[in-house]
Structure formats: C-alpha cells, structure tokens
Design a protein around this ligand. Structure first.
Ligand SMILES: CC(C)(COP(=O)(O)OP(=O)(O)OC[C@H]1O[C@@H](n2cnc3c(N)ncnc32)[C@H](O)[C@@H]1OP(=O)(O)O)[C@@H](O)C(=O)NCCC(=O)NCCS
Length: 186
C-alpha cells in the first residue's frame, strides 16, 4: 500500500463550495503562520470567501491550486499586466503564493511555479516576476533553485508589527534567447 499523499497542481476557473472552504482554511493557516500574502491576521471568513470569488471573476488573474489527496492546500495566481501597460506587456507576475504549513515539503510549490511558467509561456509572456519579504527563506530558496534571478531590494517593502521588512524582487526569462539580454534605454 502506498501511504504517500497524492500531490498535484492545476489551474482552476471555478471553486465548489467545498473547495472554497478548503482554500479559505489553507489561506487562514498560512496567514497565521506569518505568510499571508499581505494579510497579517486572518480576515473574517466572509471577507476571505469574497476575496477568492473575486479572484475567479477577474480577467487579469489566473488561479492555480495545489492539492494533497484531492483537497486544496495552497495556491498562487498569475497576474497579467493591464492593457494600458504596453511597455510591460511581456511580463506576468506570480503573486499570492502559499502552501498551508501542514502540506509543505511535497513539491507542491515547485509544481505551482512550473505550472505558472508553463501557462505564461503559452500565453506569450517572455518573463515571470515575483517578490517576497526577505524573511521568506523557503520561497527565496525555491525561486533561486527554479532559476529566478534577484534583481532588487526594497528596504521598506513591508511594515509588520511596527517595523519595516525588506523585500526581494525576482524575475525569470522564459525564452532562452532572453537570458543574456540586458535592456538598453529606449
Ligand atoms: C515557500 C513555500 C510556498 C514552499 O512550499 P513547499 O510546498 O513546501 O515547497 P516544495 O516542497 O515545492 O519545495 C521546493 C523547494 O523549495 C525550497 N524549500 C522549501 N521549503 C524550504 C525550507 N523550509 N527551507 C529552505 N528551502 C525550502 C527548496 O529549494 C525546495 O526544493 P527541494 O525540495 O529540492 O530542497 C512555503 O514554504 C510557504 O507557503 N511559505 C510561506 C509563504 C511564502 O513564503 N510565499 C512565497 C511568497 S513569493
């Protein structure tokens, strides 16, 4: 008998009521763990449900979920630039990236990153960007292990419990030819 939980990731366009509950629980646990994609304390369940329903309705966002034995335990989103931003239409942003603490270490985050890269490439993006607090060591290791390059630091990226927390900015070119290409003023 195989006792390993089954881990998989996928893009979703709808969430059933059960799945909405699962993603809310996972998000609440991630927020309590100190990594709440902006939230420092879990909002009410009503606010969280509205948040996820809103994500599904927003055309510029693609939602990806991570599942363990079928249940949602984490998530990320691919955010497309707004249509007026033609100069940055080449770059998709990976945001709202978390795995519930109890579901970590199964390769789900690595899978989510790969799924976003795959969809971004298919949609014609040349680059994926992400950013994180400097305290998010696991995310940093993951991004660097997956080929993201750190290009900047904001010393006042976040303000948590009365203190500034620096943040790191990463990007990854999706086309081999772009890897060595540096931008010039235009
Ligand atoms: C970062 C996070 C998403 C990783 O989730 P996960 O499912 O445990 O990650 P995976 O199992 O896919 O691990 C993939 C890689 O991440 C890195 N990693 C994961 N956990 C790590 C840890 N505790 N310390 C150092 N590196 C770690 C490793 O490079 C690992 O590769 P390996 O297994 O070959 O060593 C999870 O720790 C998390 O939700 N953290 C809080 C939220 C956060 O930081 N979000 C990112 C904001 S951009």
């Amino acid at each position: 008998m195989n006792s390993q939980p089954q881990a998989r990731v996928e893009q979703v366009r709808v969430l059933s009521e059960d799945e909405l509950d699962e993603i809310c629980v996972a998000a609440e646990q991630a927020i309590l763990d100190g990594s709440g994609f902006g939230w420092l304390v879990p909002p009410s369940r009503m606010v969280l449900e509205k948040y996820w329903r809103g994500v599904l309705m927003m055309p510029q966002r693609d939602l990806f979920v991570a599942r363990l034995d079928g249940a949602i335990v984490g998530s990320t989103q691919m955010l497309r630039p707004p249509s007026n931003n033609e100069a940055q239409a080449h770059a998709a942003h990976l945001t709202t990236f978390f795995i519930a603490p109890w579901a970590r270490g199964h390769g789900l985050a690595r899978g989510l990153l790969a799924a976003v890269e795959d969809v971004a490439r298919k949609q014609g993006y040349r680059q994926v960007e992400l950013d994180m607090r400097a305290t998010q060591t696991a995310a940093m290791q993951l991004a660097e292990a997956c080929g993201f390059q750190r290009w900047g630091t904001n010393p006042r990226y976040a303000y948590v419990n009365g203190r500034y927390v620096p943040g790191y900015f990463y990007s990854k070119p999706l086309l081999a030819d772009d890897d060595a290409q540096e931008g010039a003023p235009a």
